[in-house]
Write a protein that binds this ligand. Sequence first.
Ligand code: ZN
Length: 226
Amino acid sequence: MEHLRLELRLILRTAFHTTGNRRRWGADKALAMSADGRYVIPATTLKGVLRDRAEALLRVWGQPVCTGPMPETMCADLNSLCLACQVFGHPQRPSPLRFQDGHFAGDVGTLIRSGVSISRQRHATLPHRLFFVETTEPGPLTCLAICEGYFPDRAAAYRAAALVALAVRWISAIGGGRTRGLGWLERGEVEPTLNDNRFYKRNPIPQAELEALWRTWSGGSNVAEG
Ligand SMILES: [Zn+2]
């Protein structure tokens, strides 16, 4: 077994919002918080946007990818799951990767912003649709997240590392309110490491190994560079 650990670093250039389930006076939508009272990018939000990006890229490259999230339209043959299902999970085959909530580096203040719902069809302001959203302070903000898991062999761990690293590079925005300019990313970075059973230390996965997989998936072009 190989233990893969991915350290994700997202640099946001704008304020961020994901609606949590707590209440805050004066806000219709309060920011998501962890149990220990820190503002977070929830693991489900992170995993969702990474899967979405990964699937979009694989499709562009002509790789077979099923269509979620309805179980009926996802991979039917459990013995030949598509790459997205292998890495991010399938209703009957949970992902080997466990995503943790992303935490913002340092102390992050928050703001209450007002918004107005706009009808996209009529391009008109709907009456009585003023709302208040709690967001983080304006960027730049750094969010750190970890995901890790066990894989049967090194090749499977490399594939997962390469797909997540690829998706992280291609996230342009995360969370709610993107059309209002919230959650836009400057860049995303990943540091993948594997365990070393003999010495109990972690070995970085060379960038060249990830790039080789990207090249294979893209059919030999250099689309993933940058
Ligand atoms: Zn699938």
